[in-house]
Design a protein around this ligand. Structure first.
Ligand SMILES: *Cc1c(COP(=O)(O)O)cnc(C)c1O
Length: 377
Protein backbone atom coordinates (compact mmCIF):
# COMPACT_ATOMS: atom_id res chain seq x y z
CA UNK A 1 0.00 0.00 0.00
CA UNK A 2 2.06 2.87 -1.21
CA UNK A 3 1.16 6.29 0.05
CA UNK A 4 2.50 8.71 -2.48
CA UNK A 5 1.52 12.31 -1.95
CA UNK A 6 0.85 14.23 -5.10
CA UNK A 7 2.00 17.80 -5.56
CA UNK A 8 -1.62 18.93 -5.68
CA UNK A 9 -2.27 17.33 -2.30
CA UNK A 10 0.86 18.89 -0.82
CA UNK A 11 -0.06 22.34 -2.07
CA UNK A 12 -3.20 22.30 0.04
CA UNK A 13 -1.30 21.75 3.30
CA UNK A 14 -1.55 24.92 5.42
CA UNK A 15 1.90 26.28 6.21
CA UNK A 16 1.17 26.71 9.90
CA UNK A 17 -0.54 23.42 10.53
CA UNK A 18 -2.58 23.25 13.70
CA UNK A 19 -0.66 21.65 16.52
CA UNK A 20 2.67 22.74 15.03
CA UNK A 21 4.58 25.36 16.97
CA UNK A 22 5.79 28.54 15.38
CA UNK A 23 9.42 27.59 15.89
CA UNK A 24 12.04 30.36 15.82
CA UNK A 25 14.90 28.06 16.83
CA UNK A 26 18.27 28.58 15.11
CA UNK A 27 18.81 24.91 14.32
CA UNK A 28 17.91 22.19 14.02
CA UNK A 29 15.13 24.37 12.72
CA UNK A 30 11.59 24.26 11.46
CA UNK A 31 11.01 22.31 8.22
CA UNK A 32 8.20 23.04 5.74
CA UNK A 33 4.97 21.41 6.90
CA UNK A 34 4.49 19.94 3.42
CA UNK A 35 7.84 18.18 3.72
CA UNK A 36 7.04 16.82 7.17
CA UNK A 37 3.73 15.43 5.92
CA UNK A 38 5.31 13.85 2.88
CA UNK A 39 8.02 12.24 5.03
CA UNK A 40 5.30 10.99 7.35
CA UNK A 41 3.21 9.58 4.51
CA UNK A 42 6.24 7.76 3.08
CA UNK A 43 7.77 6.75 6.39
CA UNK A 44 6.72 3.10 6.48
CA UNK A 45 6.62 2.44 2.78
CA UNK A 46 8.70 4.45 0.37
CA UNK A 47 6.94 4.44 -3.00
CA UNK A 48 5.66 0.91 -2.80
CA UNK A 49 8.95 -0.66 -1.68
CA UNK A 50 7.46 -1.89 1.59
CA UNK A 51 10.42 -0.29 3.38
CA UNK A 52 11.29 3.02 4.91
CA UNK A 53 14.11 5.06 3.39
CA UNK A 54 15.73 4.48 6.80
CA UNK A 55 15.78 0.76 6.17
CA UNK A 56 17.24 0.51 2.68
CA UNK A 57 20.82 0.15 1.54
CA UNK A 58 22.58 3.33 0.47
CA UNK A 59 23.71 1.33 -2.56
CA UNK A 60 20.21 0.21 -3.50
CA UNK A 61 18.67 1.47 -6.71
CA UNK A 62 15.94 3.19 -4.71
CA UNK A 63 18.38 5.23 -2.65
CA UNK A 64 20.55 6.01 -5.66
CA UNK A 65 17.46 7.56 -7.25
CA UNK A 66 16.83 9.68 -4.15
CA UNK A 67 20.48 10.72 -3.91
CA UNK A 68 20.84 11.63 -7.56
CA UNK A 69 17.57 13.56 -7.63
CA UNK A 70 18.65 15.66 -4.65
CA UNK A 71 21.91 16.55 -6.37
CA UNK A 72 20.14 17.33 -9.65
CA UNK A 73 17.65 19.58 -7.86
CA UNK A 74 20.35 21.43 -5.93
CA UNK A 75 22.35 21.93 -9.12
CA UNK A 76 19.28 23.29 -10.87
CA UNK A 77 18.24 25.59 -8.03
CA UNK A 78 21.71 27.12 -7.59
CA UNK A 79 22.73 26.77 -11.24
CA UNK A 80 25.90 25.01 -10.15
CA UNK A 81 28.42 24.93 -13.04
CA UNK A 82 29.61 21.56 -14.37
CA UNK A 83 33.15 21.98 -13.00
CA UNK A 84 31.88 21.80 -9.42
CA UNK A 85 31.29 18.66 -7.38
CA UNK A 86 28.43 18.43 -4.89
CA UNK A 87 29.20 16.28 -1.85
CA UNK A 88 26.78 15.07 0.82
CA UNK A 89 28.89 14.43 3.91
CA UNK A 90 28.70 13.89 7.65
CA UNK A 91 30.35 15.72 10.51
CA UNK A 92 28.27 18.86 10.26
CA UNK A 93 29.48 22.25 9.19
CA UNK A 94 32.06 22.01 11.97
CA UNK A 95 33.93 19.23 10.15
CA UNK A 96 34.47 21.69 7.30
CA UNK A 97 36.34 24.05 9.64
CA UNK A 98 39.14 21.44 9.51
CA UNK A 99 38.51 19.94 6.09
CA UNK A 100 38.90 23.25 4.29
CA UNK A 101 42.47 23.98 5.44
CA UNK A 102 43.43 20.28 5.29
CA UNK A 103 42.54 20.18 1.60
CA UNK A 104 43.03 23.68 0.29
CA UNK A 105 46.48 24.75 1.48
CA UNK A 106 48.14 23.16 -1.58
CA UNK A 107 51.68 23.82 -0.34
CA UNK A 108 50.92 27.29 0.99
CA UNK A 109 51.19 28.10 4.67
CA UNK A 110 48.60 30.77 5.35
CA UNK A 111 44.95 31.57 4.74
CA UNK A 112 42.87 34.74 5.11
CA UNK A 113 39.86 34.72 7.42
CA UNK A 114 37.17 37.35 7.97
CA UNK A 115 36.17 37.39 11.62
CA UNK A 116 32.57 38.59 11.67
CA UNK A 117 30.98 36.64 14.53
CA UNK A 118 30.95 33.43 16.51
CA UNK A 119 30.98 30.97 13.62
CA UNK A 120 33.95 32.54 11.85
CA UNK A 121 35.68 32.67 15.24
CA UNK A 122 35.27 28.90 15.57
CA UNK A 123 36.51 28.35 12.02
CA UNK A 124 39.59 30.48 12.76
CA UNK A 125 40.36 28.54 15.91
CA UNK A 126 40.20 25.22 14.07
CA UNK A 127 42.18 26.42 11.05
CA UNK A 128 44.93 27.70 13.36
CA UNK A 129 45.82 24.06 14.03
CA UNK A 130 46.71 23.55 10.38
CA UNK A 131 47.99 26.85 9.02
CA UNK A 132 48.88 30.43 9.77
CA UNK A 133 45.61 32.32 9.93
CA UNK A 134 45.71 35.88 8.72
CA UNK A 135 42.68 37.63 10.18
CA UNK A 136 42.16 40.03 7.30
CA UNK A 137 39.18 41.65 8.99
CA UNK A 138 37.83 41.49 12.51
CA UNK A 139 34.71 43.33 13.58
CA UNK A 140 35.01 42.28 17.19
CA UNK A 141 35.79 45.89 18.14
CA UNK A 142 32.39 47.06 16.90
CA UNK A 143 30.83 44.10 18.72
CA UNK A 144 29.91 42.42 15.44
CA UNK A 145 27.50 45.09 14.27
CA UNK A 146 28.95 46.36 10.99
CA UNK A 147 31.26 45.27 8.18
CA UNK A 148 33.67 47.96 6.96
CA UNK A 149 34.33 48.30 3.24
CA UNK A 150 36.74 45.83 1.62
CA UNK A 151 39.43 48.52 1.08
CA UNK A 152 40.21 48.26 4.78
CA UNK A 153 40.64 44.46 4.78
CA UNK A 154 44.21 43.16 5.07
CA UNK A 155 44.06 40.44 2.42
CA UNK A 156 47.29 38.64 1.65
CA UNK A 157 47.60 37.82 -2.08
CA UNK A 158 49.75 34.82 -1.19
CA UNK A 159 47.10 33.16 0.93
CA UNK A 160 45.82 29.72 -0.02
CA UNK A 161 42.20 30.87 0.26
CA UNK A 162 39.94 33.53 1.72
CA UNK A 163 37.32 32.29 4.17
CA UNK A 164 34.18 34.03 5.38
CA UNK A 165 30.87 33.17 6.99
CA UNK A 166 28.03 34.18 4.66
CA UNK A 167 25.60 34.58 7.53
CA UNK A 168 26.59 34.80 11.17
CA UNK A 169 23.75 32.88 12.78
CA UNK A 170 24.46 34.09 16.31
CA UNK A 171 25.15 37.78 15.71
CA UNK A 172 22.69 38.25 12.86
CA UNK A 173 25.26 39.65 10.43
CA UNK A 174 24.99 38.69 6.76
CA UNK A 175 27.09 39.57 3.72
CA UNK A 176 24.80 41.11 1.10
CA UNK A 177 27.36 40.81 -1.69
CA UNK A 178 30.17 38.41 -2.50
CA UNK A 179 33.56 39.73 -1.31
CA UNK A 180 35.93 40.59 -4.18
CA UNK A 181 39.16 38.70 -3.52
CA UNK A 182 40.87 38.40 -6.90
CA UNK A 183 42.20 35.00 -7.92
CA UNK A 184 42.52 33.51 -4.45
CA UNK A 185 39.85 30.79 -3.96
CA UNK A 186 36.93 32.04 -1.90
CA UNK A 187 35.43 29.75 0.73
CA UNK A 188 32.15 30.37 2.50
CA UNK A 189 30.12 28.83 5.28
CA UNK A 190 26.50 29.34 4.24
CA UNK A 191 24.99 26.97 6.78
CA UNK A 192 22.30 29.43 7.78
CA UNK A 193 21.54 31.17 4.48
CA UNK A 194 22.09 28.79 1.56
CA UNK A 195 18.97 28.67 -0.67
CA UNK A 196 17.70 32.01 0.67
CA UNK A 197 19.21 34.17 -2.08
CA UNK A 198 20.59 33.75 -5.59
CA UNK A 199 24.25 32.83 -5.61
CA UNK A 200 26.92 33.04 -8.29
CA UNK A 201 28.59 29.72 -7.49
CA UNK A 202 31.34 30.38 -10.05
CA UNK A 203 32.79 33.06 -7.76
CA UNK A 204 33.63 30.43 -5.14
CA UNK A 205 36.15 27.70 -4.51
CA UNK A 206 34.08 26.03 -1.79
CA UNK A 207 30.59 26.62 -0.42
CA UNK A 208 29.42 24.47 2.46
CA UNK A 209 26.30 24.28 4.61
CA UNK A 210 25.22 22.10 7.50
CA UNK A 211 21.71 21.00 6.61
CA UNK A 212 19.83 21.68 9.84
CA UNK A 213 19.17 25.39 9.33
CA UNK A 214 17.75 25.82 5.85
CA UNK A 215 18.11 22.49 4.04
CA UNK A 216 16.87 19.58 6.10
CA UNK A 217 17.61 17.57 9.26
CA UNK A 218 20.94 17.52 11.06
CA UNK A 219 23.58 14.93 10.27
CA UNK A 220 24.34 16.14 6.78
CA UNK A 221 26.63 18.82 5.39
CA UNK A 222 26.51 19.80 1.73
CA UNK A 223 29.79 20.83 0.10
CA UNK A 224 29.98 22.48 -3.32
CA UNK A 225 33.59 22.48 -4.47
CA UNK A 226 35.41 23.50 -7.63
CA UNK A 227 37.08 20.44 -9.12
CA UNK A 228 40.60 21.85 -9.34
CA UNK A 229 40.62 22.24 -5.54
CA UNK A 230 40.10 18.51 -5.04
CA UNK A 231 43.02 16.12 -4.64
CA UNK A 232 45.51 18.23 -2.71
CA UNK A 233 45.19 16.74 0.78
CA UNK A 234 48.39 15.23 2.11
CA UNK A 235 48.94 11.47 2.30
CA UNK A 236 48.47 11.40 6.06
CA UNK A 237 45.03 13.02 6.01
CA UNK A 238 42.32 10.62 7.25
CA UNK A 239 40.21 9.42 4.31
CA UNK A 240 37.06 10.87 5.84
CA UNK A 241 38.69 14.32 5.68
CA UNK A 242 39.82 14.07 2.06
CA UNK A 243 37.50 15.68 -0.51
CA UNK A 244 39.05 13.53 -3.24
CA UNK A 245 37.90 10.31 -1.55
CA UNK A 246 34.33 11.54 -1.22
CA UNK A 247 34.24 12.96 -4.74
CA UNK A 248 35.56 9.70 -6.22
CA UNK A 249 33.02 7.64 -4.26
CA UNK A 250 30.07 9.96 -4.99
CA UNK A 251 29.68 10.63 -1.25
CA UNK A 252 29.34 6.89 -0.62
CA UNK A 253 32.82 6.12 0.68
CA UNK A 254 31.02 4.93 3.80
CA UNK A 255 27.34 4.91 4.76
CA UNK A 256 26.03 8.43 4.27
CA UNK A 257 23.24 9.89 6.46
CA UNK A 258 20.58 8.47 4.15
CA UNK A 259 17.46 9.74 5.87
CA UNK A 260 18.78 13.30 6.21
CA UNK A 261 19.79 13.21 2.53
CA UNK A 262 16.27 12.05 1.59
CA UNK A 263 14.50 14.72 3.65
CA UNK A 264 16.84 17.35 2.22
CA UNK A 265 15.76 16.12 -1.20
CA UNK A 266 12.12 16.68 -0.22
CA UNK A 267 13.00 20.22 0.90
CA UNK A 268 14.71 20.91 -2.43
CA UNK A 269 11.60 19.75 -4.28
CA UNK A 270 9.50 22.00 -2.05
CA UNK A 271 11.75 24.95 -2.92
CA UNK A 272 11.36 24.15 -6.61
CA UNK A 273 7.57 23.90 -6.63
CA UNK A 274 7.28 26.98 -4.40
CA UNK A 275 9.04 29.14 -6.95
CA UNK A 276 12.74 28.51 -6.52
CA UNK A 277 15.47 30.71 -5.06
CA UNK A 278 13.92 33.98 -6.26
CA UNK A 279 10.75 33.20 -4.36
CA UNK A 280 12.73 32.14 -1.27
CA UNK A 281 14.56 35.46 -1.45
CA UNK A 282 11.36 37.46 -1.91
CA UNK A 283 9.84 35.79 1.13
CA UNK A 284 13.01 36.26 3.20
CA UNK A 285 13.06 39.97 2.39
CA UNK A 286 9.40 40.37 3.34
CA UNK A 287 9.71 38.49 6.63
CA UNK A 288 12.91 40.19 7.73
CA UNK A 289 11.90 43.71 6.67
CA UNK A 290 8.64 43.44 8.54
CA UNK A 291 10.39 42.37 11.70
CA UNK A 292 13.24 44.92 11.51
CA UNK A 293 10.80 47.73 10.76
CA UNK A 294 8.72 46.82 13.77
CA UNK A 295 11.81 46.60 16.03
CA UNK A 296 13.25 49.91 14.76
CA UNK A 297 9.96 51.73 15.25
CA UNK A 298 9.70 50.53 18.83
CA UNK A 299 11.49 52.08 21.79
CA UNK A 300 11.06 48.84 23.68
CA UNK A 301 13.05 46.50 21.43
CA UNK A 302 16.26 47.10 19.53
CA UNK A 303 18.68 45.44 17.12
CA UNK A 304 22.26 46.78 17.06
CA UNK A 305 23.34 45.58 13.59
CA UNK A 306 23.93 48.13 10.80
CA UNK A 307 21.10 48.07 8.26
CA UNK A 308 23.37 47.11 5.33
CA UNK A 309 24.55 43.86 6.92
CA UNK A 310 21.51 42.71 8.83
CA UNK A 311 20.68 39.06 8.40
CA UNK A 312 17.50 38.05 6.63
CA UNK A 313 17.61 34.71 8.43
CA UNK A 314 18.48 35.41 12.06
CA UNK A 315 17.17 38.52 13.77
CA UNK A 316 18.66 39.10 17.22
CA UNK A 317 16.84 41.68 19.31
CA UNK A 318 17.04 42.99 22.84
CA UNK A 319 14.48 44.24 25.31
CA UNK A 320 15.36 47.62 26.81
CA UNK A 321 14.38 46.13 30.16
CA UNK A 322 16.56 43.02 30.28
CA UNK A 323 14.80 42.02 33.51
CA UNK A 324 11.77 41.13 31.38
CA UNK A 325 13.63 38.53 29.27
CA UNK A 326 12.34 35.47 31.10
CA UNK A 327 8.78 36.79 31.16
CA UNK A 328 8.98 37.50 27.42
CA UNK A 329 10.17 33.98 26.64
CA UNK A 330 7.54 32.37 28.88
CA UNK A 331 4.65 34.37 27.47
CA UNK A 332 5.82 33.87 23.88
CA UNK A 333 5.95 30.12 24.52
CA UNK A 334 2.37 30.26 25.82
CA UNK A 335 1.40 31.92 22.51
CA UNK A 336 2.95 29.05 20.54
CA UNK A 337 6.04 31.10 19.64
CA UNK A 338 8.95 28.91 20.63
CA UNK A 339 12.75 29.01 20.91
CA UNK A 340 13.16 32.80 20.92
CA UNK A 341 15.97 32.97 23.50
CA UNK A 342 19.16 34.48 22.09
CA UNK A 343 22.39 32.50 21.89
CA UNK A 344 23.99 32.07 25.31
CA UNK A 345 27.03 34.14 24.23
CA UNK A 346 24.92 37.11 23.20
CA UNK A 347 21.79 37.03 25.37
CA UNK A 348 18.54 38.79 24.53
CA UNK A 349 16.32 37.22 21.90
CA UNK A 350 16.77 35.82 18.41
CA UNK A 351 14.11 35.02 15.85
CA UNK A 352 15.45 32.62 13.24
CA UNK A 353 13.26 32.95 10.19
CA UNK A 354 14.54 30.49 7.62
CA UNK A 355 12.86 29.44 4.38
CA UNK A 356 10.36 27.20 6.19
CA UNK A 357 8.99 30.03 8.35
CA UNK A 358 5.74 31.32 6.84
CA UNK A 359 5.15 35.06 6.83
CA UNK A 360 2.20 34.43 9.12
CA UNK A 361 4.66 33.26 11.78
CA UNK A 362 6.41 36.64 11.69
CA UNK A 363 3.03 38.41 11.80
CA UNK A 364 2.13 36.46 14.91
CA UNK A 365 5.48 37.30 16.51
CA UNK A 366 5.08 41.00 15.79
CA UNK A 367 1.55 40.97 17.17
CA UNK A 368 2.77 39.28 20.33
CA UNK A 369 5.71 41.70 20.70
CA UNK A 370 3.38 44.68 20.32
CA UNK A 371 1.02 43.32 22.96
CA UNK A 372 3.90 42.54 25.32
CA UNK A 373 5.19 46.09 24.98
CA UNK A 374 1.72 47.48 25.78
CA UNK A 375 1.49 45.36 28.89
CA UNK A 376 5.02 45.95 30.23
CA UNK A 377 6.40 49.03 28.42
C1 LIG B 1 25.00 26.04 12.97
C2 LIG B 1 26.18 26.55 12.26
C3 LIG B 1 27.39 25.82 12.20
C4 LIG B 1 27.59 24.51 12.93
O1 LIG B 1 26.96 23.47 12.32
P1 LIG B 1 27.16 21.95 12.81
O2 LIG B 1 26.44 21.18 11.77
O3 LIG B 1 26.56 21.86 14.18
O4 LIG B 1 28.61 21.66 12.85
C5 LIG B 1 28.44 26.34 11.47
N1 LIG B 1 28.33 27.50 10.83
C6 LIG B 1 27.19 28.24 10.88
C7 LIG B 1 27.12 29.54 10.14
C8 LIG B 1 26.09 27.79 11.59
O5 LIG B 1 24.97 28.52 11.63
Amino acid sequence: MATVMKNSQLKSVPELHSGRACNFGAGPAMLPTEVMMQAQAELMDWQGSGMSVMEISHRSEAFMTIAEQAETDLRELLQIPGNYKVLFLQGGATSQFAMVPLNLLRGKTSADYLHTGMWSQKAIKEASKFCKVNVALSIENNRFTSIPSPDSWQLNPDSAFVYYTGNETVHGVEFQTIPEVGDVPLVTDMTSNLLSRPLDVSRYGVIFAGAQKNLGPSGLVVVIIREDLIGHAGKRIPSMYDYAVHAREHSMFNTPPTFAWYVTGLVLQWVKRTGGIREMERRAIRRSEKLYQFIDASGFYHNPVAAECRSRMNVPFFLTHEGLNQTFIKEAEAHGLTALAGHRNVGGMRASIYNAMPEEGVDRLIEFMGGFEKRYG
